[in-house]
Design a protein around this ligand. Structure first.
Ligand code: URA
Length: 235
């Protein structure tokens, strides 16, 4: 429930209501990143209130959801072209979530969204080496040379890719499916790796992220991560 900011600040034990009003007038209180004005209200389940640079204690519960992203959605919080956003799919979560990393507009599969900056950092920072496995469908066939190149690194314009793993190769007519596991997060990395070795990607789906998979999460649906899953990802 939304309450006046000075009430929330005093309830948090930071100051009296009068002092809190003074801070608001002095521009020391931010509501969702903007300088608050006296009379504004906030709901700590959804809003972020900073007082003298500190996030108000007892603010937003930290949550994370695992979404099975369909094609045709952007993984940003807004889109100048007015395309559909992944956050449009996460209804019924009161917190404001942001995507952890990105999947391209036409890439499907496992995407985490959270309001927990520490979790996002643990999952996406390259130094944490979280494996990401993609199911890739390409036009054409893999051969030993291509598999060697993908696994030992190819040189993209932003550097050589780290060792990767190719598994589960299956051919079907003029196409081929395989799983590619990488732990880096270069922009459009899988598509660019495939381009480099002369394969054109027809379909791309992230099927695993670390120990997480898409079991029981249908396309376009999501589930909350459990407390255990969140602590495991933060280790
Ligand atoms: N690699 C890509 O090329 N695209 C994605 O969306 C994710 C990884």
């Amino acid at each position: 429930m939304a309450e006046r900011l000075q009430k929330l600040i005093s309830q948090a034990g930071l100051a009296s209501r009068r002092q809190a009003e003074k801070w608001i007038e002095e521009g020391k209180v931010l509501l969702n990143g903007n300088v608050a004005t006296l009379g504004e209200r906030a709901d700590l389940a959804v809003d972020q209130v900073h007082v003298n640079g500190q996030l108000l204690p007892g603010a937003q519960k930290r949550v994370a959801v695992l979404l099975n992203k369909p094609r045709g959605y952007v993984s940003t919080l807004s889109d100048p072209e007015g395309r559909r956003l992944v956050t449009d799919l996460v209804t019924d979560v009161p917190q404001r979530l942001f995507p952890v990393g990105r999947l391209d507009f036409n890439t499907e599969g496992l995407l985490l969204l959270t309001n927990d900056g520490d979790l996002a950092q643990c999952v996406s920072h390259p130094s944490h080496h979280v494996n990401k496995t993609y199911l890739v469908k390409v036009r054409g066939q893999l051969n030993r040379k291509i598999i060697y190149q993908l696994e030992h690194g190819v040189t993209l314009d932003d550097g050589k890719t780290a060792p990767a793993k190719v598994e589960g190769v299956r051919s079907a007519d003029s196409n081929c499916w395989f799983e590619l596991t990488i732990h880096e997060g270069k922009n459009r990395q899988v598509r660019r790796m495939c381009d480099y070795v002369g394969l054109s990607v027809v379909r791309l789906k992230r099927v695993r992220l670390g120990f997480l998979d898409l079991d029981n999460v249908a396309t376009g649906c999501y589930r909350y991560l459990t407390k255990d899953e969140i602590s495991k990802l933060k280790k």
